[in-house]
Design a protein around this ligand. Sequence first.
Ligand SMILES: Cc1cc2nc3c(=O)[nH]c(=O)nc-3n(C[C@H](O)[C@H](O)[C@H](O)COP(=O)(O)OP(=O)(O)OC[C@H]3O[C@@H](n4cnc5c(N)ncnc54)[C@H](O)[C@@H]3O)c2cc1C
Length: 555
Amino acid sequence: MAVISQQALQILAGGPAMIGRSPKTLLTSVSVKASSKPSRGGPKCWEKLLLDYTRKYTKEVSFFTRGPLRFFSSITVGGASANQFIRYSSMGDSALSNYSWPDNQKPRVCILGGGFGGLYTALRLESLVWPDDKKPQVVLVDQCDHFVFKPMLYELLSGEVDPWEIAPSFVDLLKNTSVQFIKDKVKLLQPTDHLGLIGEKGPGTLSSAGVAHLESGTIIEYDWLVLALGAETKLDTVPGSAEYAIPFSTLEDACKVDSKLKFLERDQFGKDSSPIRVAIVGCGYCGVELAATISERLKDKGIVQAINVEDTICPTATPGNREVALKVLSSRNIQLYLGYFVSCINEAIDSNDSKESGHNKFILELQPAKRGMESQTLEADLVLWTVGSNPLVSQLEPFDQYPVLPLNGRGQTEIDETLRVRGHPRVFAIGDSAALRDSKGQLLPSTAQVAFQQADFAGWNLWAAINGRPLLPFRFQNLGEMMTLGMNDAAISPSFIEGLTLEGPIGHTARKLAYLWRLPTDEHRVKVGISWLTKSAIDSIALLQSSLTKVLAGS
Ligand SMILES: Cc1cc2nc3c(=O)[nH]c(=O)nc-3n(C[C@H](O)[C@H](O)[C@H](O)COP(=O)(O)OP(=O)(O)OC[C@H]3O[C@@H](n4cnc5c(N)ncnc54)[C@H](O)[C@@H]3O)c2cc1C
């Protein structure tokens, strides 16, 4: 039986700064001794102490619960027995409440973040076969009410897809499962699994592995945690970028870019004014796909200016994909500024065009990355920023002196090959906010492909851990790369046929089919499949009609 030393008690009662310390510091400060004497108060006492401490601590950080009155800030939906789990909590009443799990006996799995990592882990857990008493209760927390299939955000700008197709609501996706969903923002984590106090339920041990604090004041106590918060675009890189540039990472970003483009298109309609200028900072995959999509949309009404610090586009892409992309970009109204970095962005003052149109223009200062090139100044109506990423897990700690979880220099959680956070046997971390190296020592890329495959392993390893089986080491299988280059164009290099690159309409159809296959849940896949078939049938009829009209007009 484990007895917790006085020192451990001091740490638990010692305030936020102590809990915020790195695992190393904590592990050296806590000693758990084996003793034959029963501990005074027993396990209930420790759990109570931890929860009391949590409440006290949460009061100390009561700025989480201040703010404007918000109703229905958190919604929980359940599966089979549906309404029984629908729960509303408001921040306005500022009550801190413990999330009440439906069952006191079953393992409690809390998944933070409902993207490629989190949502697919929840679905994987649901699909596994569990012994009756071991099937965990799963709660999924996300700040948004919808999942986003990010690789298809470009298609919102080209009008190829509707928002419901690539951003279905969690309520819809999870309605036939037992996974519960809470719409809320995760603010703080207090893992306790690194203290060495967890064991089989019994005297002197804790069953809980920690708690997650949500913005609404809800506290979720869990046995297992999956961290999958993803990353956001790093915007505050150069002066003016945070104020004037728009990132392209969320559904909201895509809708904002679409409405800015609509505004510029309307403003230019029927006028003989200068072309719409869109500046895209960064020519990695995202920058190039955006450039191809927007240039196709604007046609001769606009010019896309794409800037990259490297002297090529997509430096990490396969040669085949890069070649196809360069061919497509050079056939459109796109100016490439390769070997330049943007040093600052300013608002253009007193430009005649701005006064007439009522919208602001921006000036980008470009500096050469190498000697022998002149610096440049570009004017733009819209600036899109695609460079750099900020893992959101690094934003969880408000007491920043000591991170709660081990983070690397990029702000990603350090994990081992079973996908568990180093030093935290009950916390899995996957996707863009986790750092794992392959056998060659290279960091795995932050892609949906990696997150999706990790979700599969995280689900399996949770099953193994809960059922006392050995955990599997994660091995990434590179399936290849795909990029959209417009409504009828794409580049695909599958990894299993070396040297093959599919392009044009064939590449476009293959990419769409691959993504259709990857959509979450069978029901959603079928709905989207029918919708895309209907749209392409309508497009074909329209094309046939216009060809016939031309032929008849010619005869
Ligand atoms: C425009 C674009 C195109 C891309 N194209 C491709 C591609 O073609 N192929 C490819 O492999 N990859 C692509 N990616 C990368 C891929 O989308 C990501 O690597 C992948 O989404 C990572 O999955 P994740 O689960 O880690 O994070 P995400 O999918 O981003 O999910 C994270 C979730 O956590 C939630 N969240 C974040 N913080 C909080 C918080 N504090 N509280 C509650 N919820 C929170 C978010 O709302 C989000 O739902 C693309 C990315 C973008 C932006």
